[in-house]
Design a protein. Structure first.
Length: 208
């Protein structure tokens, strides 16, 4: 049975079982959940020699999440029963020919009501694979999905800044008012309007 690290049978110390999940959890919590699953899936896939296939699976999944409102609704809905989510994600995995490590991980996520972090999982796994290949990955969060042209332009700009080829791992956060939040390694570049407003508000408090 697939288990995320440190989860045993009680993954991430879940709260009371009320049959639904709050999909509005803070981004930091979602990222932490995704990181645990990403670590497990990556390590098992590396041991089995399936990273190349996993990388293609992630590209296909990212495209599916962008293109399919039905898939997004499936992973985000707080009312779809666990069994129904599990059956649906298993069908998706079979159709997309996902490697067993990823398929098993998604099945467990469905059981634990964690499918809502799938976009973060895809991004984190892509970053781990890129790092394993010696590439530099930029985790980019924007209010709207980046176009291919925008991604290529951003990659070129970041390459000039870090001196290495950069692979873009993009996610969407509609709560951003504009701009981008870019993370390359431990370096964070936040150009969002929301960030600027927060900085201005903090400055005004200090003046007051």
């Amino acid at each position: 049975m697939f288990n995320a690290p440190g989860s045993s049978q009680q993954e991430l110390k879940p709260g009371p079982k009320i049959g639904r999940v709050d999909v509005s959890e803070p981004a930091s919590i979602s990222s932490g959940i995704a990181e645990r699953y990403a670590t497990a899936i990556f390590e098992i896939s590396k041991e089995s020699g399936s990273l190349t296939k996993l990388e293609k699976n992630l590209t296909d999944l990212a495209a599916a999440l962008d293109d399919s409102a039905e898939l997004r609704d499936l992973i985000q809905s707080p009312v779809v029963p666990r069994a129904e989510q599990g059956t649906a994600i298993a069908a998706v995995g079979k159709k997309m020919k996902l490697v067993p490590e990823l398929q098993n991980g998604l099945s467990l996520m469905a059981q634990k009501r964690r499918l809502f972090v799938l976009p973060q999982l895809v991004a984190q796994l892509s970053a781990r694979i890129a790092e394993d290949k010696g590439e530099v990955t930029a985790e980019v969060t924007s209010a709207k999905a980046l176009t291919k042209t925008q991604s290529e332009k951003l990659a070129k700009t970041l390459k000039a800044r870090v001196g290495k080829d950069v692979k873009i791992s993009a996610t969407v956060d509609e709560s951003l008012i504009g701009g981008l939040v870019v993370k390359v390694g431990s370096k964070m570049i936040d150009t969002s309007i929301a960030s600027r407003l927060n900085s201005l508000q903090n400055a005004m408090k200090e003046v007051g």
